[in-house]
Design a binder for this molecule. Structure first.
Ligand code: VGL
Ligand code: ZN
Length: 228
């Protein structure tokens, strides 16, 4: 029998309300993910962590004169300049406190090299170094992988597209309502790219076992007396 796995992308404080690179309502996915982890019937749950050194080359602090969300350069490549975020060992880099962390079997750090960014949980943005996650999932013999997290239009999108490319034969599903994005427009583009790659987009309820229906008529109705 095939194994079904769940991949949580960057469910970290800095991507939630109050964090340094907050995704609007990012924390809303936490209860959705907790339910998926509890009832989704997964054989394995993996999670990526954006895990940057404090002087990472994507940080605005390393680009004097640049503003956040402008395009700059990193190792000769165009690079979006981000607020400093998910610095190794800080509160912002921790999983959201309400996430059921004990259900996670494998943690994949990424973005640890300050000279290259890594949106995908599978490889860096130069596409020349794998993180090890694909190899791990292959070794485990997974046949289906559901992916969700933060942010839909950045790290989730690149993780989903890479999963389809790097895990041939594995069915990939993007779980939309267990993900949130930075920009609505970019989320729509991300969904189009995911669909165009032949990857399924589903809602978490479609991945959970159906609740037993309430009986329409649990016992015969009491006889009602009209008049006296
Ligand atoms: C992310 C921007 C920079 C993400 C990570 O997790 O979506 N976005 N680093
Ligand atoms: Zn980052």
């Amino acid at each position: 029998m095939g194994k079904k796995a769940l991949l949580l992308v960057d469910v970290q404080n800095d991507f939630c309300t109050g964090g340094n690179l907050a995704v609007p309502n990012g924390e809303e996915i936490v209860p959705v993910i907790n339910k998926l982890m509890a009832d989704g019937g997964y054989d394995l749950i993996a999670a990526s962590l954006d895990w940057h050194p404090k002087d990472h080359g994507s940080f605005v602090s390393q680009h004097p004169g640049k503003k956040v969300f402008e395009t700059g350069e990193l190792s000769g490549q165009p690079q979006i300049i981000w607020p400093d975020h998910c610095v190794q060992g800080t509160k912002g880099a921790e999983f959201h406190p309400d996430l059921d962390k004990e259900k996670i079997d494998y943690i994949q750090p990424k973005g640890t090299d300050k000279t290259v960014d890594s949106y995908s949980a599978f490889r860096d943005n130069m596409q020349d170094r794998l993180t090890g996650l694909a190899e791990y999932l292959q070794e485990q013999g997974i046949t289906e992988l559901h992916i969700c997290g933060l942010a839909t239009d950045v790290c989730v999108k690149f993780s989903v597209l890479d999963a389809a490319e790097l895990l041939p034969g594995v069915k990939i599903v993007f779980v939309e309502d267990a993900s949130r994005g930075l920009s609505e427009e970019a989320v729509n583009t991300a969904k189009q790219e995911i669909s165009a790659a032949g990857i399924d987009i589903k809602q978490s309820a479609e991945l959970l076992p159906e609740k037993p229906r309430p009986a329409i008529c649990p016992r015969p109705p009491k006889q009602r007396k009209f008049g006296r």
